[in-house]
Design a protein around this ligand. Structure first.
Ligand SMILES: CC(C)(COP(=O)(O)OP(=O)(O)OC[C@H]1O[C@@H](n2cnc3c(N)ncnc32)[C@H](O)[C@@H]1OP(=O)(O)O)[C@@H](O)C(=O)NCCC(=O)NCCSC(=O)CCC(=O)O
Ligand SMILES: NC(=[NH2+])NCCC[C@H](N)C(=O)O
Length: 344
């Protein structure tokens, strides 16, 4: 069975492999073994010791319980912008009009801002390419919501996700070429790496702070504002189907869109509930529907998908599903129903 669990020291190799495979724009996992090991250690520490919305990242992995193979990651930072400013461009409107001359013009502008300060941020969603298209990506993405529903005191009252922006075949980004490049004379790949290595603030301080009129940017730069990387469309779709929306905030380097939602608007958080486990070897009835199910632990968090038919108080789990979740009869599990296509 596939399950999501917190990352452990033994998963260092997977993190490194993913950071190499993901390429530029996957800012949160830069290709640098030392930085990745620090992220891994901080995540282990966060599960064990942090109890409030602090600038710590919880990292999860997708594991095949039969083979022990790990094939993907996802993460959530409990609160961003509390130790260093967290920047976005907000797309606004400025009107220039002269009644006298009969001229009226609306211009779209980019405003540098810190509006998402203090939010929780979903990040680091990646499934190894040969495992895609079979439901693992959905499990990795949504498992975080059951964790957040179970441990709400650790997270903020707004959740965001910065979607990776568009890149050309040569790994360049037209928005960066049209704007950031003028202030740094550095390839997007390098600026992106510096950002992921914790230098985002240094870079941001060198970015223009005054509103930028979008129509003065090169057309290629304008065209990718709010556009996601083609490989990131499934990640975007997974969040939109959970209630996330684009509020006209984009990344200051590659103009990728940021999605946002309140926890109570996120379907898997708002609709999930806890029930008691009954272990039962009888196969579930044909009418059983796919559910996302997790245990209620923190550092021993486990989450999987299975067809079940819970009532208000209890759910019958096959022994292998209970083993996958590390739960026994009488324990509580948290569950929420999935779209029919997601849990096969
Ligand atoms: C994102 C994942 C993990 C998703 O895994 P899979 O590709 O297996 O997903 P899937 O199950 O096939 O599809 C998930 C949902 O997307 C839909 N879908 C598939 N292809 C699509 C496309 N081209 N355009 C729009 N929607 C698409 C499917 O119908 C399904 O929707 P339904 O469920 O509605 O049927 C993977 O694609 C990946 O590793 N991508 C490359 C890395 C990346 O760019 N990661 C995001 C970085 S941005 C980030 O990390 C922040 C966001 C975050 O952390 O969540
Ligand atoms: N616009 C961006 N490149 N933002 C960073 C997006 C990448 C993604 N959120 C990550 O976890 O790495």
């Amino acid at each position: 069975m596939l399950r999501v669990r917190p990352i452990r020291a033994g998963d260092a190799g997977l993190l490194q492999q993913i950071s190499r495979e993901a390429g530029p724009g996957f800012t949160s996992l830069p290709d640098n073994p030392e930085l990745l090991n620090t992220k891994l250690r901080q995540s282990i520490d966060a599960f064990e010791r942090t109890h409030e919305p602090a600038p710590v990242t919880y990292l999860f992995v997708l594991e095949d319980t039969e083979t022990g193979e790990v094939m993907g990651t996802s993460g959530v930072t409990a609160a961003v912008g509390l130790d260093a400013p967290w920047y976005h461009y907000h797309i606004g409107t400025i009107v220039h009009a002269s009644h006298e001359l009969g001229i009226y013009n609306e211009f779209r502008t980019l405003y540098l801002c810190n509006d998402y300060t203090g939010s929780s941020e979903l990040c680091s969603l990646f499934l190894r390419p040969d495992s895609r298209g079979s439901g693992g990506g959905g499990l990795l993405s949504r498992a975080r919501f059951l964790f957040m529903a179970q441990h709400p005191e650790r997270f903020a009252d707004r959740v965001i996700a910065e979607m990776r922006g568009f890149t050309d075949h040569d790994d360049s980004n037209p928005f960066w070429e049209g704007l950031g490049q003028h202030f740094f004379s550095m390839h997007y790949r390098k600026a992106d790496f510096l950002t992921g290595s914790g230098n985002k603030v240094v870079i941001a301080e060198l970015m223009p702070r005054h509103p930028i009129y979008i129509h003065l940017l090169p057309e290629a730069a304008q065209a990718v504002i709010g556009e996601v990387h083609p490989n990131t469309r499934p990640a975007c779709q997974l969040l939109k189907s959970q209630g996330f929306r684009y509020e006209n905030y984009v990344d200051i380097f590659d103009a990728g869109p940021t999605l946002a939602a309140r926890p109570e608007e996120i379907h898997a958080i708002a609709r999930s509930r806890c029930v008691e486990v009954v272990i039962d070897s009888t196969p579930p009835p044909a009418s059983a529907r796919p559910f996302l199910i997790s245990n209620t632990q923190c550092e021993h968090f486990r989450c999987t998908q299975a067809r079940v038919q819970p009532n208000l108080k209890r759910v019958h789990l096959l022994p292998e599903v209970a083993a996958c979740l590390d739960v026994s009869a009488g324990d509580q599990v948290r569950l929420v129903s999935l779209p029919a296509a997601a849990g096969s």
